[in-house]
Design a protein around this ligand. Structure first.
Ligand code: PLP
Length: 379
């Protein structure tokens, strides 16, 4: 059962529980090893070493160079930085994005667009929610300005995954900068950045049983941007401010654990997703699944649309009343009345109610049985 005692937690795309092994690795840096990494005496040197060791660990796992890994406060900061820098420092005057990006990307590109710094185009989506690659190529080919392409690796609401290599190669062909929000895939899939044509990717520790408030921005070594937070010389002069020492240590530890257990956990969690899909289909008439559910898709996410009725409209509320934690869309939009921009973009059917179930290694088939039984009662 879930480690959340009586609650069932099926919202692991929003955040995950901290692994006790990660906490254990972090603890000394809250207590004994508290030195400021910039101090030159032994306390400081110990902290500096912990950060640089963490950077090397992360770089090795992602097959990148340590100098390409910058620690940040999470996915939002990393995407803000990459997009802003592509416009300010890399000469991009045209942003190509999709209508289903996380708000960390979409609100940033809208801000840049409204301030007049770049034109903005949205690539078309196919009926299954994947990016229409022909339309992407058309946009790139017709652009008279240098482009920034910002497309997420895996969608946090419907799970669809982008072909990073195909998009990256197109970007290369047309001299575009490529940023991908990989917050839902770092810690969930293997990466080989040295052989992936991408300029910026992002990660957030709390999506893979690491701590909140810490993330990474990968900046390819061939891309040179200016400092984005001014002050001290931290993060090689790029991001000033005393480092989140225990967060950084925790990020690296969580990534290490996730990588070591990838095969076992991904196949277990995928089994849960398929089990849930079959179970829901068998008990709820007219249910549909959003995105390329069994194709190029995150194994952690299942987006389900139920026919809209007086009862199903109350589903999120009723699941919560039964101690079942799920969300209507991304965590950032749950509770907002207008629903999910992602679901609207791929399936504009007002007669449906959408629920995202997202799983982790802590979930079980017994929990799914319980949730489906409750769904049956509720609908
Ligand atoms: C796809 C995606 N991008 C970006 C973010 C933002 O990351 P963070 O909360 O670490 O800022 C999230 C999750 O919150 C996400 O799911």
């Amino acid at each position: 059962m879930s480690n959340q005692s009586a609650r069932i937690y099926f919202d692991n795309a929003a955040t995950t529980s901290l692994d006790p092994v990660v906490l254990e690795a972090m603890m000394p840096y809250f207590t004994d090893k508290f030195g400021n990494p910039s101090s030159i005496y032994s306390y400081g040197r110990e902290s500096r070493l912990a950060i640089e060791t963490a950077r090397k660990t992360v770089a090795k796992i992602l097959n990148a160079h340590p100098a390409e890994i910058f620690f940040t406060s999470g996915g939002t900061e990393s995407s803000n930085t990459a997009i802003t820098a592509a416009i300010r420092d890399l000469g991009c005057r045209h942003i190509i994005t999709s209508p289903i990006e996380h708000h960390a990307t979409s609100h940033t590109v809208e801000h840049v667009f409204h301030s007049g710094e770049a034109a903005l185009s949205e690539v078309k989506l196919l009926p299954n929610g994947h990016v229409d690659m022909e339309d992407l190529e058309r946009l790139l080919a017709n652009s008279s300005e240098k482009c920034l392409v910002t497309l997420m690796h895996a969608n946090n609401e419907i799970g669809n995954m982008l072909d990073l290599h195909a998009v990256g190669n197109l970007c290369k062909m047309y001299g575009a900068i490529f940023h991908s929000d990989t917050v839902q895939t770092v810690g969930h899939f293997p990466f080989d950045l040295r052989n992936t044509p991408v300029h910026f990717i992002t990660g957030a520790g709390h999506k893979f049983h690491g701590p909140k408030g810490v993330g990474i921005l990968y900046i390819n070594e061939n891309v040179k941007i200016k400092p984005y937070i001014h002050g001290g010389a931290q993060e090689r002069n790029m991001r000033a401010g005393t480092e989140n020492l225990y967060g950084i240590v925790g990020f690296a530890k969580a990534l290490e654990l996730a990588t070591a257990q990838f095969e076992e956990h991904s196949s277990y969690i995928k089994g849960l997703k398929i089990y849930m899909m079959e179970k829901v289909k068998s008990v709820v008439r007219g249910v549909t699944f959003n995105g390329d559910t069994l194709g190029r898709s995150l194994y952690t996410v299942l987006s389900v649309s139920f026919p809209k009725t007086e009862k199903s409209e109350m589903i999120l509320f009723n699941l919560d009343m039964n101690n079942i934690c799920v969300s209507g869309g991304s965590a950032c939009t749950s509770g907002a009345d207008q629903g999910s921009h992602v679901i609207r973009a791929i399936n504009n059917n007002p007669n449906q109610v959408t629920v995202r179930f997202s799983f982790s290694k802590h979930n079980t088939k017994e929990e799914i049985d319980f949730v489906v039984e409750k769904l049956k009662e509720m609908i």
